[in-house]
Design a protein around this ligand. Structure first.
Ligand SMILES: [Zn+2]
Length: 338
């Protein structure tokens, strides 16, 4: 009798261990526990055939076996279901190396902007972060361009209303810095400016500028020229030459157009410089007395100089790019060359 029970138990344990799926599991359950023909249930039915004194012991042992079988089957079913759930989940190999991502880099214009700021910081300038949405007063009026001034026509402006606009240059750094600081002042501002220009090879309605202001006692054109020379040699190359021609800007007096020796032909004359050997690069001058006065500088000994330059224009020359639109297309084949 004991032998029967232990053989039954052993064969059940082997069958149960071999179960891998729900179907196997059902087959094993039926094999041992089915009402009709189950091995355990069948053995229990034999109870009646035993002599009366053997029945309690056999009954107890068989009930224990049935409980054991039921518990084991429950546990096995949980394990089988968990295994089936895992198989349905997508397989992720956490040890597999990741897909390499190309690291990005700064846009060439942004990099040049940072390079220019760095040159000025090394010369003791502070960099002012000024608003792109500017008041008419700072963009025009305080720079000696009152309403109806003809110079306003030259700069087609995006207006929000009569008093608010998208700045057309960074020259507002002159007024902002003088209003908030006492001389000596050395400040620059760089960033986007906006004009109603067409979008073609040489124009864009949005471009980058750097504007420079220096205000202190006794400044004159010689200081301006000296600082321009240092700056342009550092931005382009140490062999660059520079010349000033008279020029008009409402906020400076006297004003100058600044040329550099052609960087393509070293001044010998080529198609890029129209055989002149010179390329126009920026506008500069001594801060107009009226601008100084409007910004609260009333000491006659204090003078200032200022200049403004297109950063995109420098990029075009420095990198030999002949279409400004390439900088805004964001085509990686172009940008990856920098
Ligand atoms: Zn040239």
């Amino acid at each position: 009798m004991r032998e029967t029970i232990s053989r039954l138990r052993q064969s059940f344990e082997e069958d149960c261990a071999a179960v891998t799926g729900s179907e196997d599991w059902k087959a094993v359950r039926d094999k041992y526990l089915a009402r009709e023909g189950g091995l355990v249930t069948g053995a229990l039915k034999k109870l009646r055939e035993l002599p009366k004194e053997e029945r309690p012991a056999f009954g107890q042992a068989m009930n224990a076996l049935r409980e054991f079988v039921e518990d084991r089957l429950d546990a096995r079913l949980q394990a089988v279901k968990a295994g089936e759930r895992d198989r349905k989940r997508p397989f992720v190999d956490v040890t597999r190396p990741g897909v390499p991502l190309a690291p990005g880099s700064a846009h060439p214009i942004k990099r040049l902007q940072a390079e220019i700021e760095e040159i000025f910081v090394s010369m003791g300038f502070e960099v002012l972060d000024l608003p792109e949405i500017e008041r008419d007063y700072y963009n025009f009026e305080a720079l000696n361009m009152p309403p109806n001034h003809p110079a306003r026509d030259a700069q087609d402006t995006f207006y929000f209303d009569d008093a608010t606009l998208l700045r057309t240059h960074c020259s507002s750094v002159q007024v902002h810095s003088m209003e908030t600081r006492k001389p000596p002042i050395r400040a620059i501002s760089t960033g986007k400016v906006y004009r109603r220009d067409p979008f073609d090879a040489t124009h864009s309605p949005m471009f980058y500028q750097v504007d420079v202001i220096v205000v202190e006692e006794g400044l004159h054109m010689g200081h301006l020229k000296g600082m321009l020379d240092v700056f342009l040699k550092r931005v382009f190359h140490p062999g660059i030459k520079m010349r000033l021609r008279p020029g008009f800007f409402p906020f400076v007096e006297p004003g100058a157009e600044v040329d550099i020796s052609c960087i393509f032909c070293s001044g010998k004359g080529c198609a890029k410089c129209k055989q002149s050997g010179w390329i126009e690069i920026l506008g500069a001058g001594m801060v107009h007395p009226r601008v100084l006065e409007m910004s609260g500088i009333r000491d006659p000994r204090v003078t200032g100089f200022a200049w403004g330059m297109g950063i995109d224009r420098v990029a075009i020359l420095k990198y030999g790019v002949d279409d400004i639109r390439l900088f805004f297309d964001n085509d990686l084949r172009f940008l990856n060359q920098f």
